[in-house]
Design a binder for this molecule. Sequence first.
Ligand SMILES: Cc1ncc(COP(=O)(O)O)c(C=O)c1O
Length: 368
Amino acid sequence: MRLFSRVNVPFLNPAAQFAALRTDILAAVEGVLAKGHYILGPNVAAFEREVAAFCGAKFGIGVNSGSDALTLALKALGIGPGDEVITTPFTYIAPSESIHQLGAQIVFADIDPRRFTLDPAEVARLVTPRTKAIIPVHLFGQAAPLDELAKLGVPLVEDCAQAIGATFQGRPVAGQGVLGCLSFYPTKNLGACGDGGMVVTNDEALAKRLKMLRVHGIERRYFHDIHGYNSRLDELQAAILRVKLPHLAGWNARRAALAARYDAGLAGLPLDLPTVGVGNSHIYHVYAVLSDRRDALQAHLAANGVPTIIYYPQPMHLQQCYADQGWKAGDFPVAEAVSRRILPLPMYPELTDEQADHVIAQIRAFFA
Ligand SMILES: Cc1ncc(COP(=O)(O)O)c(C=O)c1O
């Protein structure tokens, strides 16, 4: 007999966070609306200071999105045609897209098979005199090996879109490279109710340049000293994010507790569970397992109240938009193998123990 108490586990649930913080968020929004200072107001300035401090950096520059954070960061470094930037093919498109937007050459390096971040030995092989930056993506919530990458002597632009609050060798990510890029996309560990991003840095000259780049290249209104963009963090989003920031450490701790629950519940199954790299603290933006039977497992979970989304089903070097770049299947075998086997499980602070146990039970049933 089928029971009607079937547990349903949404894959993501950003509205649950709003429900928990409703009173404070609505008060923050009303405060902004009533004041009428909607662009680059006091909440953006305060949030920039708060995030910079959280990341162990001196300056924060709020921008439109994590994608723009990367583009403006590369632009601030003066990267353009003739330059090469090394990044990973196993991630969201934003890092390679930012390189392409500036007319520079994307150079992909393969990844580590267990932590899914750039393999520093692969990166080292690809550094040339034209290499102007490396974008390590701290994928799923843990840092790429920043110490080994830093030894290559090329500026690091950290993509921390998925890793705010993670540490490497005891220090927060984002403040370790020359520039650190953050996303506040709604499903991120610190998510806005719309788009938002930030670049953090300890370099005052780069901070000044970024502040100009995000607002049409101006320092003084209507005097455009450099070519810029319109890419500002919205005052309303900053006000909402300021309500959420004090909760971030607690939310990340809850994610880690859920990851430990998954680890224990899934132990012994023919799955590769997440591994945490040496020197890393993991904030579990994503908890993903690897399975040779990934597609069948995903279908089984979907049929039992656990829909999932694959990150990432096709590595960047095989995307249609890069067909003219000459990459082909087999170029980055680790990234390709991981994209065939990876299965992210539901992971957010509001996920209940009961829901996590349901996911575990369904996975165990699949392999039974
Ligand atoms: C690794 C990574 N980099 C960059 C971005 C871009 O951020 P945004 O969506 O805010 O533009 C994202 C996510 O969305 C991401 O996951």
